[in-house]
Design a protein. Sequence first.
Length: 277
Amino acid sequence: MKTILNFSFALLLLISIAVNSKAQNQIEIVIVASSHDNAKSTQNFQAIIDKLKNFKPDMVFGEYLPATDYATLSDDHWAKQGFAKKVNYITRLNPEPLKNSASSIKKKQKALTSFAYYHKTRMDLAVEYAKNWDRGNFDYQMFVLENEMKSRFGKQEQETYAKMFGSLDSLKKLGIIRPGSEYSKIYFPLIYQLGQNQIYNMDCQTYDKPWGEAWGKMDSAYKVMAQKAKADSLSPEGRTMTAIDKYWVYSNEEEKKFSADEYAGMATAKYGELIEA
């Protein structure tokens, strides 16, 4: 049986779905959701990673755009602009043009699968991923270099790393290294501990514009409703807001438990009640 982990990122939402096909080879899909910012969390993330490892996934997918999708976006699209800054930074430090990139990437992946400590090979692979607009795998290789390999570098490798990627402060400022992200806390460590060497892309911005327009209309309507509710708590809008507020009330004890273990809190009956509301 093949197992695939697919990560969906709605804040404080955890869903597990198993799909069994009638085909001879069954595929199990686990959908995991998490917070984008875990910087201040005291959560035991290794416990979460261990639970996910129990599914023995063959592939891990993340909320990343494929390079082909980036190519279709306009230059002023927020997603393209965001990653372009990182690509430009890496290209400035590593201006050499790529040759036979697809073949080169496969060769480097194979080498690292056989021996994970070819540090220069991994550095070169990260650069190739960036220049090929594969953000997910660029991010993953940078995570491995910074968190798993850097302490093992010799003097020459330290100098090479600094030359190819700059300072840690620069990497953090650009968002290349994001210590508090869900990827750094859960998904990249998961992939690394599974002995896998890549993350698969699963995101889409095709409908971003109409979605944004629909969101804007909803947000405006909600603000109007909230204003009417504030002016008259007995109005239909007031009763609606009262009902909404009712479901989002935690007791002090519930809040204490949730704050101590946010991800476990998302699996409680109370949180299920909030989601269903």
